[in-house]
Design a protein around this ligand. Structure first.
Ligand code: ATP
Ligand code: MG
Length: 322
């Protein structure tokens, strides 16, 4: 049953994965409006998402208990593609203590005083944790590339600005992710792929609905004007940095509900791959537990069951109170 579930999820996300070594042309290879046959309607989407969230919750508990692996989920997208909503929905069932979300904005003066991966390193998840990067180190080959003045602000030495900066950064990023993977931290990368028309519609909504005005800034419209440049750098980034150890998933984002189902499935697939287990206690510890159990049973007040939990389980109850 569990294997069947794992297989279904793997099949579901297969069309979203960028096979390592392939050359991506976003506009031709990935349809932002894509939905699979099994998930046509919003209602089915809600059901699928609920299943995904339950599964994430279960696996996150095991990940935390095992305390050996960590997961870093990176979300990249243009404005209004739904990063915030995806995070909110996908993580809605997990224990907040096990999740850390970091949003990366324009780098601060302190951050610019270091190598470009420094600030991302500082926010990596620990073992047992799921870290979410809302925007990520990939901004370093996206916005920084589309607006080269960002690169100038990075105070790089002459040699680091020479030659093909982007090829070098792809390699450095791939190496960094491999290092993390080798050390027990899985890197899951999702690009929310929205169409230009869908962005136009969402921007207008942000302008038309007063409660959404705060979500819109004229800078977003300026970035939209560079749409084609972004499509190009996204395509190159996907081609160069989808690796065996950390492949990219292109999430169709024109239907928000479907994007959320996909994101939950990709994350679930990663956790299933890790297959975290609750730690087993040693024979010695089990023996100690038995001794303490007997002591606690002896402390039962008159008339009370020696072990109410064990009694309820053996009488067919769930063991849960109420
Ligand atoms: P939202 O608009 O949904 O609140 P956001 O992620 O767009 O979320 P903003 O504060 O609007 O957040 O924008 C952050 C800006 O920071 C983006 O325009 C992004 O391109 C920019 N940014 C992120 N990383 C870098 C970087 N390394 N160098 C330069 N700019 C960056
Ligand atoms: Mg923004």
């Amino acid at each position: 049953m569990a294997d069947e579930r794992a297989e279904r999820i793997a099949d579901f996300i297969e069309p979203l994965r960028v096979p390592p070594g392939t050359k991506v042309h976003l506009a031709e290879d990935f349809d932002p409006g894509y939905k699979t046959a099994g998930a046509r309607k919003n209602k089915e989407g809600v059901e699928l998402l609920r299943n995904g969230i339950e599964l994430l919750s279960e696996y996150q508990q095991r990940l935390a208990a095992q305390d050996t692996y960590g997961v870093l989920m990176c979300l990249q997208a243009l404005d209004a593609a739904g990063k915030d909503g995806t995070i909110r929905h996908v993580m809605s069932g997990v224990n907040p203590q096990g999740v850390r979300v970091t949003s990366f904005k324009v780098p601060s003066a302190e951050e610019l005083d270091h190598d470009y991966l420094w600030r991302y390193n500082r926010h990596l998840p620990g073992r047992g944790e799921i870290g979410i990067f809302n925007r990520s180190h990939y901004e370093e080959v996206l916005v920084v590339r589309v607006h080269p003045e960002n690169l100038h602000r990075q105070k790089l030495p002459e040699a680091a600005r020479r030659g093909d900066v982007w090829e070098r950064r792809y390699r450095e990023i791939n190496d960094w992710e491999r290092y993390l993977t080798d050390n027990g931290f899985r890197v899951v990368k999702m690009f929310l792929n929205m169409s230009k028309e869908e962005q136009r519609i969402r921007f207008l909504k942000r302008i038309d609905v007063p409660e959404r005005n705060w979500k819109f800034s004229p800078a977003d419209a300026r970035e939209r004007a560079r749409w084609d440049d972004y499509q190009r750098v996204f395509s190159e980034m996907l081609s160069a940095t989808s690796t065996r150890w950390a492949p990219w998933y292109v999430i169709p984002a024109d239907h928000k509900w479907f994007a959320r189902v996909c994101a939950a499935a990709v994350l679930a697939h990663t956790l299933i791959g890790i297959d975290p287990r609750y730690p087993q206690v040693s024979d010695e510890t089990r023996h100690e537990l038995a001794v303490v159990k007997r002591e606690l049973e002896h402390e039962a007040p008159k008339g009370a069951a020696a072990d109410p939990y064990a009694a309820s389980v053996s009488s067919g109850g769930s063991g849960k109170k109420g």
